[in-house]
Ligand binder design. Structure first.
Ligand SMILES: [Fe+2]
Ligand SMILES: [Fe+2]
Length: 290
């Protein structure tokens, strides 16, 4: 046995992956008389061409999304998927929608002629509807109603009881019949679907960064309020911004406290030490207030 590593080894694929602009990056992690273990790193659109060598293959997708040709059919794959292809059957891999990293275990180790065949063409892409456009259109329908919430808040102090209740019923109509059913459907179908992709491509904290962007804009708007005597309209704007910031920040802190912060103690001891050192002082001390 000629293990490339003389000892057992544990590696993190994200750190070991070697990408290349000239075609998919490959890094042999181990080779014995019986098998070869290769870490394949594909930039978006790169591929391992279709071929059918006399070698068994086990492929584990560890990062990203793409397509695999396994035997006679193409399958969508994402991080966490395992693909088994017996010797003699066609295999191929391509990254779709971003980078893809896969661990390929081939047995026996490939010989000189095993990868020299001309690449076969991939079958034509399957048609599918644009789901993102559908949801964006629904959001565009809901979004204008959000300004009604703010303007009612602003008007509430000077409206008589009758008008206030009438406007409140309109706003509640939108919330009850438009917004809440939309949110409920997202919980049922959209979030579970997005969750699968977030696991494959990372980036789950981007939603929190979106909150930070809105918080920053609202703080800037509050800072932009003229000093000195304020008109009634400006007072209302201040009130709306303060109410808005309070609600946004309460939800934001709750998301951080309940969803993200508990994950941090699952980091390795070294990672926790580094993060703790950064957050607990020195010139890189925690500046962020949200
Ligand atoms: Fe939505
Ligand atoms: Fe935050």
């Amino acid at each position: 046995m000629t293990l490339e590593q003389s000892t057992a080894f544990v590696g993190r694929s994200a750190e070991l992956a070697k990408f290349s602009a000239e075609g998919f990056g490959r890094r042999t992690l181990a080779e014995t008389d019986h098998l070869r273990v290769v870490l394949a790193a594909l930039e978006d659109g790169q591929e391992i061409p279709l071929h059918a060598p006399p070698l068994d293959l086990v492929m584990t997708i560890v990062e990203g999304t793409g397509q695999v040709m396994a035997g006679a059919s193409v399958h969508p794959v994402r991080a966490g998927d395992v693909v088994v292809i017996p010797a003699g059957e066609t295999r191929g891999l391509r990254a779709v929608g971003g980078r893809l990293v896969a661990v390929n275990v081939v047995s026996p180790p490939p010989g000189p002629g095993d990868h020299s065949h001309a690449a076969a063409p991939w079958p034509a892409e399957e048609e599918a509807p644009d789901v993102a456009a559908l949801i964006l259109a629904e959001h565009s329908g809901l979004f204008p109603h959000l300004t009604d919430l703010g303007s009612l808040a602003a008007d509430s102090a000077r409206l008589d009881d009758h008008s206030l209740h009438a406007r409140l019923q309109e706003v509640l109509g939108f919330l009850r019949d438009g917004l809440l059913p939309h949110a409920a459907e997202e919980e049922r179908s959209v979030y579970p679907a997005a969750e699968q992709m977030l696991r494959a491509v990372g980036g789950a904290t981007r939603t929190m960064s979106t909150d930070h962007r809105f918080i920053g804009q609202m703080v800037a708007e509050l800072e932009g309020i003229e000093k000195g005597s304020l008109s009634e309209t400006e007072r209302e704007r201040v009130r709306r911004l303060l109410y808005g910031l309070q609600a946004l920040l309460e939800v934001h802190f709750t998301k951080e406290n309940e969803v993200y912060v508990p994950l941090l103690n699952r980091l390795s001891a070294a990672e926790r030490r580094a993060l703790h050192a950064r957050l607990s002082g020195g010139e890189h001390g925690h500046q962020e207030v949200t």
